[in-house]
Design a protein around this ligand. Structure first.
Ligand code: CTP
Ligand code: MG
Ligand code: K
Length: 168
């Protein structure tokens, strides 16, 4: 049975997704590329060096820890399951966007407006759906500006802290 989330619980499951998306940058530009440095049919990197196993691991770990914290304070198993799903979905969405960016010839870190900000959000919503937790489309659209703003703020902060060479 699918479970429809209200706006408040939607925010609670999306926070681990934001954490998961934002934490790989703490690796400060290093790690083992998921694509192993391999090229796609077009001769360009499959994902590029900005998508690493360490990034996936740290994002999943921090996202899951935060989901555990939120679920224990709210006594909700849906928040635990949803938070972890959203965190993993966010990382997968980010990988898919990197695949698309490489296909259109954009280098690692090159800005891709909208895609860069909403890739992880779409990935989170999709994986939530896959585990039977549904965010109403209206809620999803209404949350988008908030998600965009938070994503923007965390990237500017990462740039100021010299964790990231660009503020997007
Ligand atoms: N990162 C990582 N592994 C991931 C995701 C991110 O190691 N699965 C790290 C990389 O150092 C990456 C940084 O976090 O450069 C910032 O993430 P993001 O902005 O998503 O990557 P970009 O550098 O913009 O690379 P791309 O163009 O491929 O998205
Ligand atoms: Mg980027
Ligand atoms: K991204």
């Amino acid at each position: 049975m699918a479970e429809l989330l209200d706006p408040f619980h939607t925010i609670l499951v999306l926070l681990p997704a934001l954490i998961a998306n934002g934490s790989p940058v703490l690796l400060s530009y290093g790690g083992t590329p998921i694509d192993g440095g391999r090229k796609f049919l077009d001769g360009r990197p499959i994902l590029g060096p900005g998508k690493t196993w360490e990034g996936l691991a740290i994002g999943t770990l921090y996202g899951s820890i935060f989901a555990t914290f939120l679920s224990s304070t709210t006594c909700s198993l849906t928040i635990l399951k949803g938070g972890i799903a959203a965190a993993i979905g966010a990382l997968l969405g980010d990988m898919l966007a990197a695949f698309v960016k490489r296909r259109i010839g954009l280098e690692r870190g090159a800005p891709a407006p909208v895609l860069d900000q909403l890739d992880f959000y779409a990935g989170a919503l999709l994986l939530l759906y896959a585990v039977g937790i549904v965010v109403h489309p209206y809620t999803a659209v209404l949350m988008a500006p908030l998600v965009l703003a938070l994503h923007r703020l965390t990237n500017i902060a990462a740039n100021r802290l010299r964790l990231k060479p660009v503020p997007w």
